[in-house]
Design a protein. Structure first.
Length: 288
């Protein structure tokens, strides 16, 4: 078995077509010590079986993707979404307990887009209302709700929160230490204020997870599938990683990639390539 950097986590999205058991197996065989899971593959086998498989793998659990999508203006749909997020909190807590030492009870939240006929301001308020309703459950389960800002090109259909500053403003407004943010290189690299906001997030203790991949143009026809391996694009991962490290963050670092060509590879090949890319582009800038 090869050995990857001890802080690398393979986000399950990077090997999307692998089953949960296969994802755990190829991650461990690549020498990667941690995995970020997605709710859909967990649901396919059931939470109890997923926890047992994770426990047997010996891997840490770095996060669960994803909750959120709380921007609907339909009250019935909104209530159902809040309830589904409460279930996601329970799943996160159970998986973190099943993971190896150092597992993080982090639930990634993607805000959601703009409902038909709605406005971005109303959608943001609706997300905050839903987030606020989830805090008691998160606090009770010891789970961090991690708001993930997405690149502005996704603002209409996926995430009305586009910058780290917006995510931090919401987190601070909750006044809860159970709300944090995701620092995702793909989504925030373009922002002139990104390093100041990383410092702000670190000072407030709100960096819940750090995710890395790269940006390369031209983008794919489906812009959702435009992520590349670290080092294969234009993002200054050295500067961003040093900025995150300077805050004192020492948690797992997920590589999360959405790209059809990468998904079509043998998952074991992808895991090995991910470890190699991380070793070249991210690991040299880590302090611990």
């Amino acid at each position: 078995m090869s050995s990857a950097h001890p802080r690398l986590s393979l986000n399950q999205a990077t090997i999307k077509h692998a089953s949960l058991d296969q994802a755990l197996k190829v991650t461990a065989e690549a020498g990667i010590g941690s995995i970020g899971l997605w709710r859909e593959p967990v649901a396919e086998v059931g939470l109890e079986a997923a926890c047992a498989a994770l426990r047997s793998s010996g891997l840490r659990f770095s996060s669960l993707c994803r909750g959120g999508f709380l921007t609907t203006d339909d009250d019935e749909e909104f209530a159902a979404s809040v309830e589904d997020n409460r279930r996601a909190i329970e799943e996160t807590a159970a998986l973190a307990e099943a993971g190896a030492d150092g597992s993080a009870p982090v639930l990634v939240l993607v805000a959601g887009g703009i409902p038909a006929g709605g406005t971005i301001e109303a959608a943001r308020q609706r997300f905050f209302d839903g987030l606020s309703q989830l805090i008691p459950a998160a606090a009770g389960a010891g789970v961090t709700l991690a708001i993930e800002p997405l690149h502005p090109m996704y603002a209409s259909d996926r995430a009305v929160i586009s910058t780290l500053a917006q995510a931090l403003d919401l987190a601070e407004e909750t006044a809860s230490q159970h709300v944090g943010v995701v620092v995702d290189s793909f989504h925030i690299w373009w922002d002139p204020a990104v390093y100041a906001q990383i410092r702000r997030a670190g000072a407030a203790g709100r960096i819940a997870t750090y995710q890395v991949c790269d940006w390369r143009t031209p983008l794919e026809e489906d812009v959702l599938l435009s992520r590349h391996l670290p080092g294969d694009g234009v993002i200054d991962l050295s500067a961003m990683t040093r900025a995150v490290e300077d805050t004192g963050y020492r948690g797992d670092i997920e590589v999360e990639i959405f790209h059809a060509a990468i998904w079509d590879q043998d998952p074991a090949v992808t895991a090995a390539r991910t470890a190699e890319a991380f070793s070249r582009s991210v690991a040299p800038h880590l302090r611990g």
